[in-house]
Write a protein that binds this ligand. Structure first.
Ligand SMILES: [Zn+2]
Length: 154
């Protein structure tokens, strides 16, 4: 005779294996595409968001701040690398070789991914970013781009 625990363990292992089969994957995909299920998911998601909105947003902010601080630390302290300005509120991570806008818009759109990625990879972060204050960053842009908008000299 099997005990209840043994039976549960057996079921768990069986499920684990079954989830890797093609049959399960196909079924699962079809399941989530059923209109009724889709609708339910939408409603549930909305409910969840209404209920936890405040906490969710607060978490997101503190989370972002946490990783921002970490990046500052990695890059050698919260200080503009050109002029030494040190108010975090006006400091930005500048992509040394440009292309930041593209990366942010297309590839790394969700900014938490973006921060986590570099916070976990200090070497890459140091190669990619320098800390610039808003002023220096803006000036750099004017120098860098040939477009008339950015082509002011004073
Ligand atoms: Zn500066």
């Amino acid at each position: 005779m099997q005990t209840v625990e043994e039976r549960r363990e057996y079921d768990r292992l069986w499920m684990q294996k079954y989830r890797k089969t093609k049959k399960w994957k196909e079924y699962n995909k079809a399941y989530w595409q059923r209109p009724a299920v889709k609708e339910k998911k939408k409603v549930y998601g909305r409910q969840w968001y209404t209920k936890y909105r405040t906490k969710y947003n607060a978490d997101r902010v503190s989370w972002r701040q946490f990783y921002r601080d970490k990046l500052f630390e990695i890059l050698g302290g919260a200080k503009c690398s050109k002029c030494g300005f040190s108010d975090k509120r006006a400091l930005q991570f500048d992509h040394i070789n440009g292309g930041g806008t593209y990366l942010l818009k297309v590839k790394e759109r969700k900014d938490h991914h973006y921060y986590v990625k570099y916070a976990n990879n200090p070497e890459l972060a140091r190669q990619t970013f320098q800390i610039l204050c808003a002023n220096c960053n803006c000036i750099k842009r004017h120098i860098r781009y040939k477009s008339p908008i950015y082509n002011m000299t004073r």
